[in-house]
Design a protein around this ligand. Structure first.
Ligand code: GLC
Ligand code: CA
Length: 551
């Protein structure tokens, strides 16, 4: 049973294990490396860790294709290393949440191997369908990663559904036995002491009955029939009732295309919530549409609207999960910020979301302002989705344009090893790493930034410390100003003790700034900024300021 909503006071750090830190010198990030860096993570002010999948996996989707839910991959150090990290985190008063990936399993999972042989009770663990009489696929749905959502299986002589890679077979959550398996997995980790789960594409687990053809969506066919499907709430309620409600844990659900109104069906604290938080995508869509591969010019007004819709939409009812980066999107400095003004914009981006209401997450490397990776050759990419896009979309365009599309869209941009220092391999590993290191590691790395009081890294520490000290950030209300500006994001947070005004410039140029009515800057304390010198009525490129009024 949970006695308090502890997740509301935490700042989480996301670890994408392959690229965080190699502790045993084989070129692959692992839990030995994590153990070494626990104090570092804590020193940021982070007191929670979300682990992207650590389980055994063939690695087709870098661990999101799981072949055993109740173990830790050998390459990451196995169960022993995990328990050590878990204890080490708890000893530092840090929570640990795992990734729960149960929309699909790897086709190497025992359940799938038995299911394709029709061995009971596994026969109906997956979504199998015969070919249509005319030899056509069971329906016209698309997978999000690789072509159509169906793959023919020679052994079973039927198609199975895969909404992601071919090797990620969708589980049949309508089968009660599958839901029991999920609950077993949950209890296994919760009994071991983990503090909750980030639930991977959990809003896809219930598919519309009859799996009808989709004549509505122009692309991503089927999306409306598997996202927020008919039994989603019921299944989440079942997991909550039978498992989560019995433990002191939190749940965070990944939810593509969700609106605040729909989110409240699941997270409304005043009305039997079945989840604690949801990961929205709206704040990722200010320079693209639906996927990062459909690139567009950055539009600050779109971003501001997304922030405000979520702040206002959940107020008094639900709790926001706040983030700017994760392992699925290119780096923010290269997107909403500027590589030319890397430091200033990285700091501004930190401020832009850290003073909002909710629980913030920091993705590895974000805290030093890591930027995108620009390989010279498309074949250098690893990511299954990126490679499929490259070989199948826009193939008639020039080689330069095709490569550029990957630079903007690929998840691999944010998956290069963390840059720890300026030695070989960026101090990530003593061996050649499993993946390329960003060329800029000699200028951008943790060791250098530790020595510099004004670094992005030390700025993050300041921001996180302030957000924890200021009661209005935790409890206060939210008001947006300068709404029509396409250069400035300005918002206030206020409670009975204090108010703050947060000013963020998303511009490479100098911008006029006038405080909104009712905010007398002469009576305020400037508690945070990213440029030296007096704060004037003109904002420098990517300048950010936080003003405080005590009541
Ligand atoms: C989620 C994960 C992503 C993964 C996909 C399929 O979106 O964040 O990394 O590829 O689900 O599991
Ligand atoms: Ca290793």
């Amino acid at each position: 049973m949970r006695t308090e909503q502890w997740y509301k006071d935490k700042v989480f750090y996301q670890i994408w294990p392959r690229s965080f830190k190699d502790g045993n010198g084989d070129g692959m990030g692992d839990l030995y490396g994590v153990y070494e860096k626990l104090d570092y993570i804590k020193s940021l002010g982070c007191d929670g860790i979300w682990f992207s999948p650590l389980y055994p996996s063939p690695g087709v989707d870098c661990g999101y294709d799981i072949s055993d839910y109740m173990d830790i991959a050998e390459e990451f150090g196995g169960m022993e290393a995990f328990k050590k990290v878990l204890d080490g985190a708890h000893a530092r008063d840090m929570k640990v949440i795992m990734d729960l990936v149960v929309n699909h399993t790897s086709t190497e999972h025992e359940w799938f191997k038995k299911s394709r042989e029709r061995i009971e009770p596994y026969t109906d663990y997956y979504i199998w369908r015969p070919a249509k009489p005319n030899g056509k696929l069971p329906n016209n749905w698309d997978s999000l990663f690789e072509g159509k959502a169906w793959q023919w299986d020679e052994v079973r002589q039927e198609y199975y559904m895969h909404l992601f890679a071919i090797e990620q077979a969708d589980l049949n959550m309508d089968n009660p036995l599958v839901r029991e398996e999920v609950k077993k997995v949950l209890r296994f980790w919760l009994d071991m002491g983990v503090d909750g789960f980030r639930e991977d594409v959990i809003t896809f687990i219930s598919k519309k009955e009859g799996l009808p053809d989709d004549y509505i969506m122009p692309a991503s066919k089927g999306f409306n029939y598997f996202n927020h499907g008919p039994h989603l709430h019921e299944y989440l309620e079942e997991f909550h009732r039978d498992v989560f409600s019995k433990y002191d844990c939190m749940t965070l659900a990944e939810a593509p295309m969700v609106t605040p109104k729909v989110a409240l069906k699941y997270i409304d604290e005043t009305n039997a919530p079945v989840l604690d938080m949801m990961i929205q995508f709206a704040t990722q869509e200010a320079d693209c549409m639906f996927t990062d591969f459909v690139h567009m010019p950055f539009n600050l007004r779109k971003l501001k609207k997304a922030y405000s819709d979520w702040q206002n939409g959940l107020e008094g009812k639900g709790w926001n999960m706040l983030y700017i980066e994760n392992h699925d999107h290119p780096r923010m400095v290269s997107r909403y910020g500027s590589e030319k003004f890397r430091e200033a914009s990285a700091k501004m981006l930190a401020v832009s979301y850290m003073f909002l209401k909710g629980t913030p997450f920091v993705y590895q490397g974000q805290e030093i302002g890591m930027s995108n990776w620009y390989p010279s050759d498309p074949e250098m990419y690893e990511d299954v989705q990126t490679l499929w896009q490259y070989h199948n979309v826009g193939t008639k365009k020039s080689p330069e344009k095709r490569l550029e599309r990957l630079w903007h869209g690929s998840r691999d941009s944010a998956r290069t090893p963390v840059q720890w220092d300026s030695t070989e391999n960026a101090g990530f590993s003593t061996m050649t790493p499993w993946f390329y290191v960003n060329d800029n590691y000699k200028e951008v790395n943790v060791a250098m930034q530790e020595q510099d009081a004004d670094s992005v890294l030390n700025f993050y520490r300041k921001v996180i410390k302030l957000r924890k000290e200021l009661s209005c950030v935790r409890h206060g209300n939210y008001t947006e100003y300068n709404k029509s500006s396409s250069k400035l994001y300005v918002y206030a947070r206020e409670d009975e003790k204090q108010k703050i005004l947060v000013v963020c410039s998303y511009s490479e140029a100098m911008e006029e700034f006038k405080a909104p009515a009712g905010f007398d800057l002469r009576k305020a304390e400037l508690i945070l900024n990213n440029y030296d010198g007096a704060a004037t009525s003109v904002l420098k490129p990517y300048e950010t300021r936080v003003y405080l009024w005590q009541k």
